[in-house]
Design a protein around this ligand. Sequence first.
Ligand code: FES
Ligand code: FES
Length: 151
Amino acid sequence: MRVALVVNGEPLEAEIWEGESLLYTLREHLGLPGSKNACEQGECGSCSVLLDGQLVCACLVLAAQADGHEILTVEGLGSDGELHPVQEAFAATGAVQCGFCTPGLVMATVDLLARVPEPSDDEIREALSGNLCRCTGYAKIFDAVRLAAGT
Ligand code: FES
Ligand code: FES
């Protein structure tokens, strides 16, 4: 089947298998490997994207379900060659180790700060609870969120 998506503001189409995940479509058909593929079962958050403004695990959404919808991936955050402030904050605080979890954490942080501009530590913990960092660098990730929030 064919799907038409708006990805990072750009209308894109892909020929897909009906059972294929949105994550697979983004990575393998649309040339957007920023969303990472780790568990493929909604456990790690490394594939997090915004679907019509809602944070979702792209591995749990069928590409067919996203047909006609808007998706924002980590590739779409920056503009004019500049990083998004949340990406800047992750880099500035050293919150990136191997970096595998980073795109998902950045997307979860963007989602959090859009909803709660000055989150408490508990609100940060809750918002990032679906994102696993195998390098266990959570202290610096918290620093990054606080820096991005200006708190
Ligand atoms: S790859 Fe989607 S939650 Fe882990
Ligand atoms: S920085 Fe390596 S998994 Fe988080």
